[in-house]
Design a protein around this ligand. Structure first.
Ligand code: ADP
Ligand code: MG
Length: 403
């Protein structure tokens, strides 16, 4: 039993996308750009409460080979899907435009060019050929990876002077307004701004960021990422319900967002006084998750800055318990994965991402992650859950030119 998701060496991946570009266009690309998928180390459901998040970039990434074209067309090829689309620069159709066709995968890339144009930048026709090693739909941001690599390519090829955070905003605008998927800035910021050996601390109110050292290999550590492959059922409705609960609590407490709560016990008492019965108890738990999760992010930043990476483990465990018991966004597969990983020797573990399925991360001694993943797979088989997939990661670089 070993659905470990192996990854080709980077050089081979670059060569494959170069070869793919040549066979798609008959010439060499002007360059190759890369942008990573990401995993959130800690800080879940804190983003829309103006709080703190802490993603890091994966070595799993999208590679985009690109060249300018003489004409005004954008031709996009996915080597993974074996599909190609072609759009004129005057044929852009955001998802809500009259007569817009159904969304397809290439809209994530085409949308970035649209978003650049919308922001007033001069662009021209492009050939884009991409291949990605970010698992799709696992909550590891395969969409941001292809967007951010595309934005990086366009910025270099059209000599656009756009700061990293503004590049991330352009990619998010593409996903929100062109593809029609409402997402926050976390994914694109991580994919663009992360640096090797660091996590990215981001204040979701000010959008200030800070690189926090997370050189896990130097500390003899690695992180296991295990995709439970649980379908995210009811996730939209549950997500909306959590957001509504947070808004209601903020209003009750007279704060702009739950990030502004400074006295947790006082806030919980006030919520209890304002809403009675079971409803009040539930709201208390929701508030407790968000406020303590923000605190945990700040503690993780402080410990990591002191190089105390092993001490992050209890905070990962506490984050999971808070998501399970207070915010109630975990599901049985996710809880079993976390428990089994801990029993099998992980130092700490938690669900990562919005919840109701998706991935679990576990902080492990270097070289232990794959074995721990196999233990979780055994437990899944015993519980008659589906087969998970897993791989190990260390914090990698964000968007950059590689050729
Ligand atoms: P994720 O959590 O992986 O970001 P999303 O639903 O946001 O999930 O984005 C996944 C979508 O991104 C896919 O359905 C597809 O349209 C597009 N995508 C991602 N990777 C690729 C790829 N390698 N080739 C083509 N499309 C891709
Ligand atoms: Mg996505």
């Amino acid at each position: 039993m070993s659905p470990v998701v192996a990854e080709q060496p980077h050089e081979e991946r670059v060569k494959a996308v170069l070869d793919g570009f040549r066979s798609a266009t008959g010439r060499d690309p002007d360059g190759v750009w890369e942008a990573a998928g990401r995993v959130n180390l800690i800080g879940e459901h804190t983003d829309y409460n103006d709080g703190f998040v802490m993603p890091f970039a994966l070595t799993r990434s999208a590679l985009v080979a690109a060249s300018r074209r003489q004409d005004d067309r954008v031709q996009v090829t996915s080597l993974d899907l074996g599909e190609r689309t072609s759009t004129g620069l005057d044929e852009f159709s955001p998802f809500d435009s009259p007569g817009a066709p159904a969304r397809v995968w290439s809209d994530y890339l085409v949308g970035c060019l649209w978003a650049l144009q919308e922001a007033g930048h001069q662009i021209g026709g492009l050939d884009l050929v991409m291949a990605s090693s970010v698992p799709v739909g696992a909550g590891l941001s395969s969409s941001a990876a292809i967007e951010c690599a595309t934005v990086a390519a366009a910025c270099d090829l059209f000599e656009l002077d756009i700061s990293p955070i503004d590049r991330a905003k352009i990619a998010r605008h593409a996903e929100n307004a062109y593809v029609g998927a409402p997402t926050g800035l976390l994914d694109q910021a991580a994919s663009t701004l992360c640096t090797e050996g660091h996590a990215l601390f981001m204040d979701c109110r000010s959008l200030e960021t800070r690189q926090v050292p997370l050189d896990l290999p130097a500390a003899g550590l690695e992180i296991l990422v295990l995709d439970t492959r649980t379908p995210h059922s009811h996730v939209d409705g549950e997500y909306a319900a959590r957001r509504a609960a947070c808004d209601r609590a903020s209003e009750l407490l007279g704060v702009e967002a739950l990030r502004d709560v400074t006295d947790l016990e006082g806030a919980l008492a006030a919520v209890g006084a304002g809403v009675s019965g079971q409803e009040g108890e539930e709201l208390i738990r929701r508030v407790r998750h968000v406020v303590t999760e923000d605190e945990r992010v700040l503690q993780v930043v402080s410990l990591a800055e002191q190089g105390r990476f092993r001490d992050l483990a209890p905070l990962l465990d506490a984050s999971h318990a808070s998501m399970r018991d207070d915010f109630e966004i975990t599901v049985p597969t996710v809880d079993l994965a976390v428990e089994t990983a801990r029993q099998a020797g992980a130092l700490g573990a938690r669900m990562t991402g919005g919840g109701f399925g998706g991935c679990v991360i576990a902080l492990c001694e270097a070289g232990e992650g794959e074995r721990i993943g196999a233990s979780v797979a055994e437990a899944f088989a015993e519980a008659s859950f589906g087969e998970p997939t897993w791989f190990t990661v260390v914090p990698a670089a964000g968007a950059r030119r590689v050729r």
